[in-house]
Design a protein around this ligand. Structure first.
Ligand code: SIN
Ligand code: FE2
Length: 201
């Protein structure tokens, strides 16, 4: 069952079972042995509070040169690992897209990590939706509209939740105000993992 609005936002609470969540977290950390989490720098030169890595053909990166997709890990120089199969299956089942995702951004929120309000707009074709999977601690997520000063609403994203931003919501502003530490014991060492599937090209 999913919750939907008229603008292309959809949320499937607890779409992944506890077993699926555990095996996905295990897979994420196994892949992160080859593609380690690192702390990216904003184009303005500030270290982000979120740690990141990527899976798939292309990974989203930020540094002093700006935001972009690239095929290699900025620290190791290696190609990103392939996307876990369960993520591709979720995309096939829920995204209603004509082509598979080519990028999966992996965000790790520990402690008081957060993400400011932004749009996902580094992709070529906004007709492809964004699909996001939450694992571990609950996030206090903020969802706004296409304009930066549109009203926003706050919702909680819990472990196993899957969200799709399509249609008008594809370019909705969004961010993570904070995570609720200790709300889940799924992620080793605590915190939250968010996996964002997109089609960059
Ligand atoms: C993002 O917008 O990149 C992450 C959103 C989230 O962590 O839920
Ligand atoms: Fe985003």
């Amino acid at each position: 069952m999913s919750l939907a609005d008229d603008h292309g936002f959809r949320l499937w609470p607890a779409r992944l079972s506890p077993d699926e969540q555990r095996s996905l977290v295990d897979e994420v950390f196994a892949l992160a042995a080859a593609a380690p989490f690192y702390r990216p720098m904003t184009p303005g030169g500030k270290p982000m509070s979120v740690e990141m890595t990527n899976f798939g053909d292309l990974g989203w990166v930020t540094d002093l040169d700006g935001y972009r997709y690239q095929s290699t890990h900025p620290v190791t120089g290696a190609a990103w690992p392939a996307m876990p199969q369960i993520l591709r299956s979720l995309w096939d089942e829920l995204a209603q897209a004509a082509a598979p995702p080519d990028a999966c951004l992996v965000n790790l929120y520990r402690g008081d990590a957060r993400m400011g309000l932004h749009q996902d707009r580094d992709e070529v074709d906004f007709a492809f939706p964004v699909l996001s999977v939450s694992l571990g601690d609950t996030a206090v997520f903020r969802l706004g509209g296409g304009k930066r000063n549109d009203p926003t609403r706050s919702l909680r994203l819990s472990s196993g939740d899957v969200m799709v931003l399509a249609g008008a919501a594809r370019l909705a502003h969004h961010g993570v105000d904070r995570i609720l530490p200790g709300s889940s014991r799924l992620v080793p060492g605590g915190g939250r993992i968010n996996l964002t599937l997109r089609r960059a090209l």
